[in-house]
Design a protein around this ligand. Structure first.
Ligand SMILES: O=C(CO)COP(=O)(O)O
Length: 138
């Protein structure tokens, strides 16, 4: 599965704790992240991560583009709901695309833990089946 990892600055310690705790699951998947989040996770865990631009410079939009191209299976986005972000429209657009394309998205640690455990249990295998079926039709 292709998984996007994103965290706002005040949530970065939380995503590092999360990715460290679930490293054994995450390492089986293709990981993507916005710039600073990806660097911090890679430094802390050694996980291999494809990094986009930093969020305020377009990283959220780059991940949105992957979603629009049917190339992202899950988004874990630890949002900071208490701090205004200069790129708020990009954040809204990314979450909107998750809804448009039925991409599972968790915006906090509690939801992310449920999603990652479900992923490991095979609950997301339907995504591969659906993708294979779409590819056959095309
Ligand atoms: O701002 C972000 C998401 O909206 C995250 O960007 P960084 O990972 O570059 O800090």
């Amino acid at each position: 599965m292709n998984i996007a990892l994103i965290a706002h600055d005040k949530k970065k310690p939380e995503i590092i704790t999360f990715t460290t705790a679930y490293q054994n699951i995450l390492e089986k998947h293709q990981l993507f992240a916005t710039g600073t989040t990806g660097k911090k996770i890679a430094d802390a865990t050694g996980l291999s991560i494809i990094r986009f631009q930093s969020g305020p410079l377009g990283g959220d939009q780059q991940i949105g583009s992957k979603i629009a191209d049917d190339q992202m299976d899950m988004v874990i986005f630890f949002r900071d709901p208490l701090t205004a972000q200069p790129h708020e429209p990009d954040i809204t657009a990314l979450l909107r695309l998750c809804d448009v394309h039925q991409i599972p998205v968790a915006t906090n640690l509690a939801g992310a833990e449920i999603m990652i455990r479900a992923l490991d249990r095979g609950d997301f295998n339907w995504r591969k089946v659906a993708k294979d079926e779409r590819n056959q039709v095309e």
